[in-house]
Ligand binder design. Structure first.
Ligand code: ADP
Ligand code: MG
Length: 474
């Protein structure tokens, strides 16, 4: 991939000056996070980590990622309505993975009772890396689709202007003018507002379901403030608040301390640590309600790694989306090799292949949030240990994507300024709203580029590994 900043990256004095400008610009622009030391209040904040320079992204791959987003929205929505597919696909996983099993139990429970919810809102982010082929050409490869709590749609809107300023400071005025504006939070809020409107109660509020520790609150505030600008009331509550204050009326309308809730937007609830017994009960109450959940439990399950692996099987997309051959070929063109480790011959074979050649693969458990995947020697050891046990089915295998690294500086509070070899991951936000069987909104809402040093195999911005970035199209 092209390295557009080759001449400036090694000019230490220019880099130091630009970095000082960049940090102040990020603070001024509101690219903020609460600190690890004081995560519960906004008295002390710092800038969310970001790259000094925007990273080169091939224009054709960037456009390809945008062009396939509506297809992925359609697909996730279709999976969420396909009980047979979810049941079959997750059957082996829920035998060994307790977290997925508990989500699945709630899913079955709400289906048995009959859904009260009639309006559906999906906000997802499809993530990609640029795989570098032997001949040096890059290909777009999907890493995963996040169907719950996809973050940084707010803060990412702040980085393009900062990078524009940095390029000017470095004498790249012409290049600065080519950076694209980007505001996913606006698109996410549009989806939430549409769902709120279709729910049809002027008095009802939008509830952000948030974590106990809210370091990334400013990212969420970006979406929240867009809703206030539309005169939609927003409340922020945790699972434990729902347990204490939540109730359903006879038609299963959701109330929080007497206030009706139209939309529940989850920024929490995607890892086992988010739940204790009370929180599970709160989750069930929310899922049973008529309120629009973003996502509903079926859509959360549609985002599991096991589902992703099953989608790559020949014929699966055709079954899920009959009559959409073009959408199917657009989506399939982004898939990396994915392999089931279910018990049986197919799983035995791929497990043996991965043990023999671990650097070709990534071993993934059914977890979200970064830092869970296994690579290289560790992958080999774990797989060797579990290859003959049912535990194997709680993982999937994926071809390892190998992007071309580029030099950049990762700006992080309290860290020295040093050049790193970096790779990037591009995310496209998707938003859709369905009323009954009618899809009334289906859009791509903006993008997120995250970049990390190559020595970190795994992990996102929240995990402290990747930083915010801006694509510079080449
Ligand atoms: P999570 O749900 O934890 O975010 P991901 O599938 O997104 O799980 O993986 C986490 C990180 O691991 C990604 O952001 C990416 O950096 C890295 N990763 C995941 N899959 C691959 C892959 N196939 N090849 C190379 N790196 C990968
Ligand atoms: Mg991820």
């Amino acid at each position: 991939m092209a390295a557009p900043w080759r001449d400036v990256v090694r000019d230490a004095a220019a880099v130091r000056e630009a970095a000082a400008v960049a940090v102040d610009a990020a603070l001024l622009a509101g690219g903020l996070m609460r600190t690890g030391e004081q995560p519960h209040a906004s008295d002390v904040v710092n800038y969310a980590p970001f790259t000094l320079l925007p990273s080169a992204v091939p224009r054709a791959l960037f456009e390809q990622a945008y062009a396939v987003q509506q297809d992925f929205n359609l697909l996730v929505d279709a999976i969420s309505q396909n009980k047979e597919f979810l049941e079959q696909t997750l059957a082996s996983t829920i035998k060994v993975d307790d977290f997925t099993a508990r989500l699945f139990r709630i899913y079955m429970q709400v289906l048995e009772e009959g859904l009260a919810q009639t309006v559906f809102l999906g906000i997802n982010r499809s993530d990609y890396m640029f795989d570098c082929g032997l001949d040096g050409t890059a290909a777009l490869r999907q890493i995963e689709i996040n169907t719950i709590a996809a973050s940084f749609g707010g803060l990412t809107s702040r980085t393009a202007d900062v990078h524009g300023l940095v390029l000017k400071v470095l004498g790249k005025t012409e290049e600065a003018s080519h950076l694209l504006p980007n505001n996913p939070a606006k698109g996410l809020a549009l989806g939430i507002a549409k769902a709120w409107e279709l729910y049809g109660s002027q008095r009802a509020v939008v509830m952000f379901l948030v974590e106990e520790i809210q370091r990334n609150i400013f990212d969420q505030r970006c979406v929240e403030n867009e809703l206030w600008n539309r005169n939609i009331r927003v409340i922020r509550k945790r699972f434990r608040d729902v347990f204490e204050q939540g109730s359903l009326d006879a038609s299963r309308r959701l109330y929080m301390d007497g206030q009706e809730v139209a939309v529940v937007y989850y920024r929490e609830g995607y890892v086992p640590q988010n739940y204790n017994q009370q929180n599970w009960e709160a989750r069930l109450l929310l899922e049973r309600s008529r309120a629009v959940k973003c996502p509903d439990i079926a859509t959360q399950l549609a985002g599991t790694k096991k589902v992703q692996q099953e989608l790559s099987r020949p014929g699966t997309l055709e079954k899920l989306l009959p009559g959409h051959p073009e959408a199917i070929s657009r989506m399939r063109a982004t898939f990396a090799g994915l392999y089931s480790l279910d018990e049986g011959e197919e799983g035995d074979r791929i497990a043996a292949t991965a043990i023999a050649d671990p650097d070709r693969f990534v071993l993934k458990p059914q977890r979200e949030g970064g830092g869970n995947n296994l690579y290289g020697e560790e992958l080999r050891q774990v797989l060797e240990k579990i290859k003959d046990s049912p535990e194997r089915t709680s993982y999937i295998l994926m071809d390892k994507i190998k992007p071309q690294p580029a030099l950049n500086y990762l700006l992080r509070a309290h860290s020295p300024l040093q050049v790193s070899e970096c790779i990037s991951e591009l995310g496209i936000f998707g938003v859709y709203v369905r009323q009954g069987q009618e899809l009334v909104l289906n859009q791509a809402a903006g993008h997120l580029l995250r970049t990390k040093a190559i020595e970190h195999a795994d992990g996102g911005v929240a995990a402290g590994v990747a930083v915010l970035d801006t694509p510079y199209l080449v």
